[in-house]
Every structure is written in structure tokens, then in C-alpha cells.
Design a protein around this ligand. Sequence first.
Ligand code: NAP
Length: 313
Amino acid sequence: MNSPIRLALVGMGKIAHDQHVPAIAGNPAFELVATVSLHGEGVGGRPAFRDIAALAASGVSVDAVAVCTPPQVRREIAATAIAAGWHVLLEKPPGATLAEVAALSDAAATAGVSLFASWHSRHAAGVEPARAWLAGREVRRATITWREDVRVWHPGQAWIWGPGGFGVFDPGINALSIATRILPRPFFVERAELDVPANLAAPIAARVDFRDTAGAPIAMDLDFRQEGPQSWDIVVETDAGTLTLAKGGALLSLTEGEAPATGGALHGEYPALYDRFATLIREGASEVDISPLRLVADAFMCGRHVTVEAFVE
Ligand code: NAP
């Protein structure tokens, strides 16, 4: 049997604790050997470091790292890991800019290590069946509604409101990671309006109109001020009825009452994500699909930025 991939987690915040630690513990292909975080927080007595250079100098044997920091600091950490000869999993979004992700991709190819720009929402249970069903249909229109309460899901995360923090596009890019996977044709930004609170640098809400290459409109509505029921829904109207993906890609339904094909990551997004990382490492491959990040960058670049009322958590 192959020995497990010795993995270090970098950025011990909400997602590292909620998802990465349990997914690694449940996957025999990996062994968690160390952690890196600003406050040097460890897991279960394993060696803990305050920066990745300290890990590299420590003598702890590492094969791979998963970078779960905010996007603004990810490039330097990933570049150091690649230079050390380690495989790298990047949390979403893979970086704060497109150019830095391209540079990481080139560096990983030169170093001969695997770079995995992960999109956890693509591993939600309904996504692959939705992709399969839509592949044979004519898409007429799609709507994406991603409305959540930032106070509940990102409490105290100042980085999300800074430059490179993405604001409401931090969850919104999850919707785009699904849409770019399931919709049969490429699509692009036609018009965007970004609401930026007067006291912050990133949008709290946004409306983006996309159009696909055959002319079908795709409307996206993002809002971080949602109270009550939360929405993470994608509705696709086709020549053969309407497909709805609800709960962030977990629930698939069809108006025609047709039973969707089963499949997808029924055991959870993050376990599937680590299975994929192990496969990439075993095969000596990388996976870096920047299409969701490119659409967000385009929305920032050609959208109208509107100053709205200050927001205090
Ligand atoms: P978070 O709770 O703020 O955690 C970020 C962590 O990164 C903090 O623990 C911080 O360390 C650490 N950190 C910051 N700069 C660092 C550096 N230079 N070196 C090492 N560690 C550093 O944020 P999060 O919610 O986990 O989100 C992190 C990323 O995961 C984001 O890109 C987000 O989009 C993605 N994500 C989040 C969720 C979610 O539900 N929250 C879901 C999926 C993906 P200290 O604690 O020591 O200050």
C-alpha cells in the first residue's frame, strides 16, 4: 500500500476547522503532519508554525499543503510551498488576482508538483447530475440567486471587506463555479452593478447580467444582507423543462418530474475534494480552472460601482 501523503494545513480558520481537518482525518490517502497559522494554532498536538518558511526550515517531512488563508496572502504561501517541492491545494478563490494564479500554475509545472485550484461547490451532490442533464438540452435562460447573511456566515472576517477580499463575490464565486461547470456553453459578463458600502472596499451586493455564446441570458443576484431564509439557488430554463439546483448545489429537481440521474459527491463536498487532490498527486497532474475567477474579475472590471450606506456588522 502507498504511504499516506503528508499534508500541512495553512490558515487555521473557519473552513480549515469545519471541513479540512475532518476531511483529512477521514481519508487514508492523507496524514495531517503540521499546521501553519498566524497565531500558531495546532491540531491534536501536531507541530504548529506561524509561517510557511518556518515549516520549510523545521525538518518536518511534508509532501503537500492545503492553503486555507484569505485570498490576499495565498500567492506567497503557495509559491513558497511549490519552491519547497510540495503539492498545493488552494481553497477558493485560488487567488486575489488572475495573474498570480497564472504564475503559480507555471511555477507548479516547472517544479513538477500538482497544483489544485479547488472549487468545493462543484462537488455538491446535484452538480454532476445537473451537468449531465443539461448537456443534451437547449438552455433558454438561467437565474442565480445567492443571498446570505454575512453576519452569520462570516462573523468578524475583516479580510472579506478589504481589497482582494471579494465581498459578496466570496460566496458568489461558488455559484459561478457551479454555473461554469453545468451550463453547456461559455458565458460572459454583459452588465454589472456592484454596491459597495461607504466604509468598506468590497461589494455587499451585486447584480450581474451574463449572456452565453448563443445569446441566452443568465442573471445573477448576490446579497450579503439577507435575513430569514437564505438562498443558494440556480434555475435553468431549457427546451425540455426547468432544472433547479438548490441549497448550493446539493438539491436537484426538474419540473418535468423526470428523475435525475444520481451521482455526485454524496459523501460530502470536502471528502470528494480531497479524493480529487489525491488522484491529481498520484497522476502527476494539476487542475487549475480559473473560469469562475475570470468572470468575477470581469464583473469588477466592467461593472458600475455604486456607493451605498455604510455597513457595520
Ligand atoms: P477565516 O476564518 O478568517 O480564517 C482564515 C485563517 O487564515 C485565519 O485563521 C488566519 O489565522 C489565517 N491566516 C491569515 N493570514 C495568514 C498567513 N499569512 N499565514 C497563515 N495563516 C494566515 O476565513 P475562512 O472562512 O476559513 O476562509 C478562508 C478561505 O476559505 C477563504 O478564501 C474562503 O473563501 C474559503 N472558504 C470559506 C468558507 C466558509 O464557510 N467560511 C467555505 C469555503 C471556502 P489566525 O486565525 O491565526 O489569524
